[in-house]
Design a protein around this ligand. Structure first.
Ligand code: KIV
Length: 273
Protein backbone atom coordinates (compact mmCIF):
# COMPACT_ATOMS: atom_id res chain seq x y z
CA UNK A 1 0.00 0.00 0.00
CA UNK A 2 1.19 3.55 -0.67
CA UNK A 3 1.76 6.03 2.15
CA UNK A 4 -1.50 7.76 1.13
CA UNK A 5 -3.57 4.57 1.31
CA UNK A 6 -6.58 4.81 3.64
CA UNK A 7 -6.16 3.18 7.06
CA UNK A 8 -9.36 1.24 6.55
CA UNK A 9 -8.46 -1.47 4.05
CA UNK A 10 -11.82 -3.26 4.09
CA UNK A 11 -13.37 -4.10 0.73
CA UNK A 12 -15.21 -1.14 -0.81
CA UNK A 13 -18.88 -1.88 -1.50
CA UNK A 14 -21.74 0.15 -2.94
CA UNK A 15 -23.20 0.31 0.57
CA UNK A 16 -19.99 1.82 1.95
CA UNK A 17 -19.98 4.48 -0.77
CA UNK A 18 -23.41 5.55 0.39
CA UNK A 19 -22.24 5.62 4.03
CA UNK A 20 -19.25 7.73 3.01
CA UNK A 21 -21.59 10.28 1.41
CA UNK A 22 -23.37 10.57 4.78
CA UNK A 23 -20.05 11.02 6.56
CA UNK A 24 -18.66 13.49 4.02
CA UNK A 25 -15.78 11.11 3.22
CA UNK A 26 -14.81 11.75 -0.41
CA UNK A 27 -14.55 8.88 -2.93
CA UNK A 28 -11.39 8.56 -5.06
CA UNK A 29 -12.00 6.79 -8.39
CA UNK A 30 -9.81 6.16 -11.46
CA UNK A 31 -10.04 3.99 -14.57
CA UNK A 32 -8.24 0.67 -15.10
CA UNK A 33 -7.96 -1.55 -18.16
CA UNK A 34 -5.15 -4.01 -17.37
CA UNK A 35 -3.92 -6.08 -14.45
CA UNK A 36 -0.59 -4.33 -13.87
CA UNK A 37 -2.15 -0.89 -13.56
CA UNK A 38 -5.16 -2.21 -11.61
CA UNK A 39 -2.91 -3.77 -8.99
CA UNK A 40 -0.97 -0.52 -8.51
CA UNK A 41 -4.19 1.51 -8.34
CA UNK A 42 -5.75 -0.86 -5.84
CA UNK A 43 -2.66 -1.01 -3.60
CA UNK A 44 -2.50 2.81 -3.70
CA UNK A 45 -5.88 3.06 -2.01
CA UNK A 46 -8.06 4.20 -4.91
CA UNK A 47 -11.63 3.37 -3.83
CA UNK A 48 -13.35 2.68 -7.14
CA UNK A 49 -11.79 1.28 -10.32
CA UNK A 50 -13.85 1.91 -13.44
CA UNK A 51 -13.15 -0.38 -16.36
CA UNK A 52 -14.18 2.42 -18.69
CA UNK A 53 -15.06 2.23 -22.35
CA UNK A 54 -12.51 5.07 -22.57
CA UNK A 55 -10.22 2.09 -23.29
CA UNK A 56 -11.39 2.67 -26.88
CA UNK A 57 -9.56 5.98 -26.90
CA UNK A 58 -6.60 5.57 -24.54
CA UNK A 59 -5.77 1.91 -25.27
CA UNK A 60 -7.12 1.24 -28.78
CA UNK A 61 -6.35 4.70 -30.20
CA UNK A 62 -9.87 5.34 -31.51
CA UNK A 63 -11.44 8.79 -31.78
CA UNK A 64 -14.57 7.89 -29.79
CA UNK A 65 -15.88 5.15 -27.48
CA UNK A 66 -18.70 4.16 -29.84
CA UNK A 67 -17.23 0.98 -31.30
CA UNK A 68 -16.12 -0.61 -28.02
CA UNK A 69 -17.82 -4.01 -27.62
CA UNK A 70 -19.09 -6.11 -24.74
CA UNK A 71 -16.41 -8.72 -25.60
CA UNK A 72 -13.68 -6.11 -25.22
CA UNK A 73 -15.12 -4.96 -21.89
CA UNK A 74 -15.26 -8.60 -20.76
CA UNK A 75 -11.55 -8.95 -21.49
CA UNK A 76 -10.50 -5.74 -19.72
CA UNK A 77 -12.77 -6.33 -16.73
CA UNK A 78 -11.59 -9.91 -16.29
CA UNK A 79 -7.91 -8.98 -16.09
CA UNK A 80 -8.65 -6.05 -13.75
CA UNK A 81 -10.97 -7.89 -11.35
CA UNK A 82 -8.51 -10.78 -11.06
CA UNK A 83 -5.98 -8.64 -9.14
CA UNK A 84 -8.15 -6.15 -7.26
CA UNK A 85 -8.59 -6.79 -3.54
CA UNK A 86 -10.02 -3.62 -2.02
CA UNK A 87 -11.49 -1.29 -4.65
CA UNK A 88 -15.00 -1.61 -6.05
CA UNK A 89 -14.74 -2.76 -9.69
CA UNK A 90 -17.31 -1.05 -11.92
CA UNK A 91 -17.49 -1.94 -15.62
CA UNK A 92 -18.93 0.27 -18.38
CA UNK A 93 -21.81 -1.03 -20.46
CA UNK A 94 -20.60 -0.03 -23.94
CA UNK A 95 -22.68 1.71 -26.60
CA UNK A 96 -25.76 -0.29 -27.68
CA UNK A 97 -25.29 -2.97 -25.02
CA UNK A 98 -28.14 -1.63 -22.86
CA UNK A 99 -30.26 0.65 -25.07
CA UNK A 100 -32.18 -1.96 -27.09
CA UNK A 101 -34.11 -3.52 -24.22
CA UNK A 102 -33.94 -4.16 -20.48
CA UNK A 103 -33.57 -7.88 -21.28
CA UNK A 104 -30.50 -7.29 -23.41
CA UNK A 105 -29.06 -4.94 -20.79
CA UNK A 106 -29.61 -7.62 -18.14
CA UNK A 107 -27.93 -10.27 -20.29
CA UNK A 108 -24.88 -8.07 -21.01
CA UNK A 109 -24.52 -6.74 -17.46
CA UNK A 110 -24.94 -10.28 -16.13
CA UNK A 111 -22.14 -11.47 -18.42
CA UNK A 112 -19.81 -8.75 -17.12
CA UNK A 113 -20.51 -9.93 -13.57
CA UNK A 114 -20.48 -13.70 -14.18
CA UNK A 115 -17.62 -13.94 -16.66
CA UNK A 116 -15.47 -10.92 -15.82
CA UNK A 117 -15.93 -10.27 -12.10
CA UNK A 118 -17.58 -6.83 -12.38
CA UNK A 119 -19.14 -5.79 -9.07
CA UNK A 120 -21.29 -3.11 -10.69
CA UNK A 121 -21.95 -1.63 -14.12
CA UNK A 122 -22.17 1.94 -15.40
CA UNK A 123 -24.44 3.24 -18.13
CA UNK A 124 -24.63 6.61 -19.84
CA UNK A 125 -27.99 8.37 -20.00
CA UNK A 126 -30.89 9.66 -17.95
CA UNK A 127 -34.50 8.92 -17.16
CA UNK A 128 -35.10 7.05 -20.44
CA UNK A 129 -33.07 4.23 -18.86
CA UNK A 130 -34.90 4.21 -15.51
CA UNK A 131 -36.55 0.91 -16.37
CA UNK A 132 -33.18 -0.64 -17.30
CA UNK A 133 -31.65 0.60 -14.04
CA UNK A 134 -34.60 -0.82 -12.10
CA UNK A 135 -34.44 -4.23 -13.81
CA UNK A 136 -30.69 -4.56 -13.26
CA UNK A 137 -30.84 -3.38 -9.65
CA UNK A 138 -33.75 -5.70 -8.82
CA UNK A 139 -31.74 -8.55 -10.36
CA UNK A 140 -28.80 -7.88 -8.05
CA UNK A 141 -26.67 -5.82 -10.43
CA UNK A 142 -25.64 -2.47 -8.92
CA UNK A 143 -25.83 0.37 -11.47
CA UNK A 144 -23.85 3.59 -11.62
CA UNK A 145 -25.41 6.33 -13.78
CA UNK A 146 -23.52 8.84 -15.93
CA UNK A 147 -24.91 12.29 -16.81
CA UNK A 148 -23.68 15.54 -18.36
CA UNK A 149 -21.15 15.07 -21.14
CA UNK A 150 -21.74 11.39 -21.91
CA UNK A 151 -19.07 10.38 -24.48
CA UNK A 152 -21.24 7.68 -26.11
CA UNK A 153 -23.56 10.55 -27.15
CA UNK A 154 -20.87 12.47 -29.01
CA UNK A 155 -22.56 12.25 -32.41
CA UNK A 156 -25.83 13.45 -30.90
CA UNK A 157 -24.11 16.34 -29.06
CA UNK A 158 -21.69 17.05 -31.92
CA UNK A 159 -19.19 18.59 -29.48
CA UNK A 160 -17.30 17.87 -26.24
CA UNK A 161 -18.31 21.23 -24.73
CA UNK A 162 -19.58 21.70 -21.15
CA UNK A 163 -23.18 20.42 -20.72
CA UNK A 164 -25.90 21.95 -18.55
CA UNK A 165 -24.87 25.56 -18.99
CA UNK A 166 -28.39 26.72 -19.89
CA UNK A 167 -31.29 26.45 -17.44
CA UNK A 168 -33.25 23.90 -19.50
CA UNK A 169 -30.37 21.43 -19.78
CA UNK A 170 -29.33 21.99 -16.15
CA UNK A 171 -32.89 21.19 -15.06
CA UNK A 172 -32.90 18.09 -17.24
CA UNK A 173 -29.65 16.83 -15.67
CA UNK A 174 -31.01 17.50 -12.19
CA UNK A 175 -34.23 15.61 -12.90
CA UNK A 176 -32.39 12.76 -14.63
CA UNK A 177 -30.25 12.34 -11.51
CA UNK A 178 -33.38 12.10 -9.34
CA UNK A 179 -34.94 9.55 -11.71
CA UNK A 180 -31.80 7.39 -11.72
CA UNK A 181 -31.57 7.53 -7.92
CA UNK A 182 -35.25 6.57 -7.61
CA UNK A 183 -34.75 3.69 -10.03
CA UNK A 184 -32.07 2.29 -7.72
CA UNK A 185 -28.72 3.57 -9.06
CA UNK A 186 -26.07 3.48 -6.30
CA UNK A 187 -24.00 6.42 -7.63
CA UNK A 188 -23.87 8.84 -10.56
CA UNK A 189 -20.90 10.12 -12.55
CA UNK A 190 -21.31 13.79 -13.49
CA UNK A 191 -19.10 14.77 -16.40
CA UNK A 192 -18.15 18.26 -17.57
CA UNK A 193 -20.94 20.36 -16.08
CA UNK A 194 -20.73 23.68 -14.19
CA UNK A 195 -19.52 23.30 -10.58
CA UNK A 196 -22.72 24.96 -9.31
CA UNK A 197 -24.82 22.29 -11.04
CA UNK A 198 -22.55 19.53 -9.69
CA UNK A 199 -23.20 20.89 -6.19
CA UNK A 200 -26.94 21.16 -6.78
CA UNK A 201 -27.21 17.56 -8.04
CA UNK A 202 -25.05 16.31 -5.15
CA UNK A 203 -27.28 18.01 -2.59
CA UNK A 204 -30.53 16.84 -4.17
CA UNK A 205 -29.95 13.06 -4.18
CA UNK A 206 -28.98 10.67 -1.39
CA UNK A 207 -26.59 8.55 -3.50
CA UNK A 208 -22.99 9.66 -4.14
CA UNK A 209 -22.04 11.78 -7.14
CA UNK A 210 -18.62 11.23 -8.68
CA UNK A 211 -17.44 14.20 -10.68
CA UNK A 212 -15.15 14.50 -13.67
CA UNK A 213 -15.08 18.20 -14.46
CA UNK A 214 -18.13 18.79 -12.24
CA UNK A 215 -16.53 20.84 -9.46
CA UNK A 216 -15.28 20.22 -5.94
CA UNK A 217 -18.64 19.62 -4.26
CA UNK A 218 -19.29 16.17 -5.72
CA UNK A 219 -19.05 13.28 -3.27
CA UNK A 220 -16.08 11.87 -5.18
CA UNK A 221 -13.87 12.44 -8.21
CA UNK A 222 -12.83 10.29 -11.13
CA UNK A 223 -10.26 10.80 -13.89
CA UNK A 224 -9.06 8.65 -16.76
CA UNK A 225 -5.82 7.19 -15.37
CA UNK A 226 -3.91 7.68 -18.64
CA UNK A 227 -4.85 11.39 -18.56
CA UNK A 228 -3.77 12.03 -14.97
CA UNK A 229 -0.50 10.18 -15.54
CA UNK A 230 0.28 12.31 -18.59
CA UNK A 231 0.37 9.14 -20.68
CA UNK A 232 -2.46 10.14 -23.01
CA UNK A 233 -1.51 13.55 -24.38
CA UNK A 234 -3.58 13.94 -27.57
CA UNK A 235 -5.68 16.55 -25.76
CA UNK A 236 -5.74 17.96 -22.25
CA UNK A 237 -9.19 18.89 -20.93
CA UNK A 238 -9.17 21.63 -18.28
CA UNK A 239 -10.57 19.24 -15.67
CA UNK A 240 -7.54 16.93 -15.87
CA UNK A 241 -4.82 17.49 -13.29
CA UNK A 242 -1.61 15.79 -14.41
CA UNK A 243 0.05 14.05 -11.47
CA UNK A 244 2.92 12.79 -13.63
CA UNK A 245 4.35 13.20 -17.13
CA UNK A 246 4.85 9.55 -18.01
CA UNK A 247 4.74 10.01 -21.79
CA UNK A 248 7.77 12.32 -21.53
CA UNK A 249 9.56 9.87 -19.24
CA UNK A 250 8.80 6.98 -21.62
CA UNK A 251 10.06 8.94 -24.65
CA UNK A 252 13.28 9.52 -22.75
CA UNK A 253 13.64 5.87 -21.69
CA UNK A 254 12.82 4.41 -25.13
CA UNK A 255 15.10 6.93 -26.85
CA UNK A 256 17.97 6.13 -24.46
CA UNK A 257 17.47 2.39 -25.03
CA UNK A 258 17.43 2.74 -28.83
CA UNK A 259 20.60 4.86 -28.70
CA UNK A 260 22.37 2.38 -26.40
CA UNK A 261 21.49 -0.55 -28.71
CA UNK A 262 22.62 1.31 -31.82
CA UNK A 263 25.88 2.40 -30.19
CA UNK A 264 26.62 -1.06 -28.80
CA UNK A 265 26.25 0.10 -25.17
CA UNK A 266 23.52 -2.40 -24.37
CA UNK A 267 23.84 -5.10 -23.16
CA UNK A 268 26.92 -4.48 -21.08
CA UNK A 269 28.93 -6.99 -19.08
CA UNK A 270 26.52 -6.90 -16.12
CA UNK A 271 23.58 -7.70 -18.39
CA UNK A 272 25.40 -10.62 -20.04
CA UNK A 273 26.04 -14.27 -18.96
O1 KIV B 1 -15.13 5.48 -19.80
C1 KIV B 1 -14.69 6.21 -18.90
O2 KIV B 1 -13.51 6.23 -18.58
C2 KIV B 1 -15.64 7.04 -18.18
C3 KIV B 1 -15.07 8.09 -17.28
C4 KIV B 1 -14.67 9.25 -18.07
C5 KIV B 1 -16.02 8.48 -16.20
O3 KIV B 1 -16.81 6.93 -18.36
Amino acid sequence: MSTHAPEDDRKVTTERLREWKGEGRRIAALTAYDALMAEILDRSGVDVLLVGDSCGMVVQGLDTTISVTVEQMLYHCKVVSKVVERALVVCDLPFLSFQVSAEEALRNAGKLMKEAGAEAVKLEGGRQFSEVVRRLTESGIPVMGHLGLTPQWIHRFGTYKVRGRDDAEAQQILEDARHLAQAGAFAIVLEKIPATLGKQVTESIDIPTIGIGAGADCDGQILVTHDMLGLFTKFHPRFVRRYANLAEEMHRAFGDYARDVREGNFPGERESY
